[in-house]
Design a protein around this ligand. Structure first.
Ligand code: ATP
Ligand code: MG
Length: 734
């Protein structure tokens, strides 16, 4: 190396530098959040190239997300001063997909194989189960697929599964089905997501020539977020890293056992321990200076994670002097609306103070929580994005549910009807659907009318006909329920009696519980409105709030999606027992689940550079009823020295009383002292239209001026939310 220290090395501390410059042999960097693990990995990549140790395509670099891969590519390019081409840099899945294309024929595929997305997979599965004669009534598919996925996560092809492992399901027929499923996918020239790692690992295991080829190619292997690798990923890495000459086993993994948060997807923290065994003589580097967060944030996070028992243990101290910063704030709010309002006010204030919104994040435990924050941000005109998922009202299950509601209230809504007519599956084949559409066109009637005509004819077979009749009867019954029992009872009847909720209850995929929570949240949101119609209009308004706004946005995401990221200002709402820690973790025996929740809390707090605001609501409304919730135990576990309680309720653990408590962060009194939301929103009917140029107030977007009038729609330039087209009934003169 040269005599002058290159700039990129000078920016590292001595331990980081050692990790970058120790190029030969296996290396494990084990260090807490924000200590520069990812920076080390990126710099190491550049250093390898600068030192001429390898060409860009001779380094294999694994990141946890595509976003992280992009960032690493950019950082390497910045250090090199030129774009880095032809890199083997990406997620496990992306890298394996590329490898599998090169060797597809070795596992009976053509190189143009298709990777199934979830929808395709369900279609293919249906076909395969039919062919296999599997009784899916008795043996629901989701459970079966979960077993298969677990086998794949452990690198087990059907041939490698032992009969002893085939005991859970369908009279020990899961293995038989697995073998059949795999064979059929090969015939169709398709793979599912789990196959990518499984098949490549199998190729490397059974084709020494192929493995040798990669051994020659990959001189260096770099792995980020190592603590969250599962077994098959580990096997894949180990195969690639175990070159013949132990001195050439240049694998560098960076990770933090305290940030292992994916055990529910098969991640095995033991992989960290296994590393030293599989790579004898591995060097271990520890980084202890945190460069990300102020010392109060760090102190709070460290104190919390210290409660976990199964830890490798490490020190974490501030990387800079005099960087105490503000204490971590803990805010107690009345309910989730109040919580969303507090967060919104804080963000508005920060924006006024010049805060870049791309440095602001709201991190939630469960996806459904984004709803109240999204609505609040729309109201006050703060642009946002939902990272790693869809916006609340754009999620598939929410769109499905809304389609049910619309089809109930507005029988002529063909789009809605079409979306749910065979969802869940009611045995309506393509023929029946085509026949219905044809009839609708021919008679010029809505699909729902065509459907009832079909029920009277024998154009379709008896079974689908009966199913259709049942659905149509459902619609008239649900309309009556909406009338007599109100929209909330009506809505839950629709979702339950249609079989829609049940469909997700049967689904054993990891996403299904989250979808059910979203549906509950939808019913909760409905409680803010007097009727179904008003709610449907409200959602139309929210959806209308499109993405034209450019520039910086607040990020909303789950804690899981936030791993590896950092922000100036982080909000951590919903710290309540049952929500965070999540009920599923509390229901588990032992404390494994709870400890993983605590690691998730640690990940959350350590995303913050300057400001961390944790909050909890004392009440949640469920189906129109209020229930009080208990503050998360994690709040009590935060070391007092680093925490400032703002807006403390008098008796945080006692059932909340409407009139007690102070809400330091909010200028308003407790929510229930006000009139219920819908009373506020029901304003006297307007007389006379709005004129262009008039100043108006809109319930969601605030003040603005009318720029155009089009029947019942107004174009308004809102002072905060920008230009929008809205329905005039939500607007009144200001
Ligand atoms: P996580 O565990 O959350 O993934 P990490 O260990 O990967 O964190 P990085 O994201 O690499 O940490 O670094 C955290 C922050 O500290 C980044 O903004 C990074 O640029 C900065 N940083 C890292 N090392 C140094 C250093 N030696 N001097 C100044 N800043 C540093
Ligand atoms: Mg990192």
């Amino acid at each position: 190396s040269s005599l002058v220290t290159p700039d990129y090395l000078a920016r590292l501390n001595p331990e980081q530098r050692a990790a970058v410059e120790t190029l030969d042999g296996p290396l494990l960097v084990l260090a807490g959040a924000g200590t520069g693990k990812t920076r080390v990995l990126t710099t190491r990549f550049a250093h390898i190239l600068m030192e001429g140790r390898a060409r860009p395509w001779q380094v294999l670099a694994v990141t946890f997300t595509n976003k992280a891969a992009r960032e690493m590519r950019e950082r390497v390019a910045a250090i090199l001063g030129q774009p880095a081409e032809g890199l083997w840099l990406g997620t496990f899945h992306a890298l394996c997909a590329r490898m599998l294309r090169r060797h597809a024929e070795l596992v009976g595929l053509k190189s143009d194989f298709t990777i199934l997305d979830t929808d395709d997979q369900n279609r293919v599965l249906k076909q395969i189960t039919q062919d296999a004669g599997l009784d899916t009534k008795r043996w629901p598919l989701p459970g079966l697929m979960a077993i298969i996925q677990r086998w794949k996560d452990r690198g087990l092809t059907p041939e490698r599964v032992t009969p002893a492992e085939d005991t859970d399901f369908a009279n020990n027929r899961a293995l038989e089905f697995y073998a059949y499923y795999q064979a059929r996918l090969r015939q169709l020239n398709v793979v599912d997501f789990g196959d990518l790692l499984l098949l490549v690992t199998e190729i490397l295991r059974t084709h020494p020539d192929v493995l040798a080829q990669y051994h020659r190619m990959f001189r260096y292997i770099l792995v980020d977020e190592y603590q969250d690798t599962n077994l098959v990923q580990y096997l894949w890495l180990r195969l690639l890293a175990q070159r013949e000459d132990p001195a050439e086993r240049n694998i560098c993994c960076v990770g933090d056992d305290d940030q292992s948060i994916y055990s529910w997807r098969g991640a095995e923290i033991e992989n960290i321990l296994r590393f030293e065994k599989d790579f004898p003589g591995a060097k271990i580097v520890r980084l202890e200076s945190n460069y990300r967060s102020t010392s109060h944030i760090l102190g709070a996070a460290s104190g919390l994670i210290a409660r976990n028992e199964g830890r490798l243990g490490k020190t974490l101290r501030p990387g800079r002097e005099n960087n105490a910063g503000a204490k971590v704030q803990v805010a107690s709010l009345w309910d989730s609306e109040e919580e969303a309002r507090m967060v919104g006010e804080r963000i508005e204030q920060a924006r006024r103070d010049g805060q870049d919104l791309s440095e602001v994040a709201i991190l939630v435990r469960a996806g459904f929580q984004t709803r109240s924050f999204e609505e609040r941000l729309i109201t006050i005109g703060i642009p946002y994005r939902v990272v790693g998922g869809a916006k609340f009202y754009e999620r598939a299950e929410i769109r499905d549910a809304m389609a049910y509601f619309r089809a109930t209230v507005q029988p002529a809504d063909d789009l809605a009807f079409e979306r749910i007519v065979n969802l869940p599956k009611r045995g309506l084949g393509d023929t029946a659907i085509r026949e219905m559409q044809r009839l609708a066109r021919e008679r010029e009637v809505p699909l729902s009318i065509a459907a009832s005509l079909l029920c009277e004819s024998d154009a379709i077979r008896p079974r689908p006909r009966a199913a259709l009749r049942e659905l149509l009867e459902g619609f008239s019954r649900w309309r009556a329920t909406l009338e007599s029992e109100g929209h909330i009872v009506g809505a839950s009847a629709i979702l339950d009696e249609s079989g829609y909720t049940e469909m997700w209850k049967q689904d054993k995929s990891p996403e299904a519980p989250g979808r059910l929570e979203n549906l509950k949240e939808l019913l909760r949101a409905m409680g803010d409105f007097p009727t179904m119609q008003a709610f449907l209009e409200h959602v139309a308004l929210v959806m209308e709030n499109d993405e034209r706004a450019e520039g910086a946005r607040v990020s909303l995401m789950t804690l899981h999606a936030a791993k590896g990221l950092e922000f100036e200002m982080v909000f951590l709402p919903g710290w309540e027992e049952g929500l965070f820690p999540h009920q599923r973790a509390l229901d588990e025996s032992g404390n494994k689940g709870l400890e993983e929740e605590r690691r998730l809390a640690y990940v959350g707090i350590t995303r913050a550079k300057q400001v961390a605001v944790i909050s909890h609501a004392a009440n949640r409304r469920i189906y129109g009823n209020w229930t009080s919730s208990i503050p998360s135990r994690f709040l009590d576990e935060l070391p007092a020295d680093h925490v400032e309680r703002v807006g403390e309720r008098q008796s945080a653990r006692a059932p909340a009383s409407v009139f007690s408590g102070q809400f330091g962060l909010s200028t308003r009194p407790a929510r229930l002292v006000e009139a219920p939301a819908w009373e506020v929103q029901q304003r006297p009917a307007r007389t006379g239209g709005m004129a262009v140029g008039q100043r108006v107030f809109h319930q969601k977007f605030g003040y603005g001026r009318v720029t155009a009038v089009d029947d019942d729609k107004l174009d308004i330039a809102f002072e905060k939310a920008g230009p929008k087209r809205v329905l005039d009934r939500f607007v009144e003169p200001a």
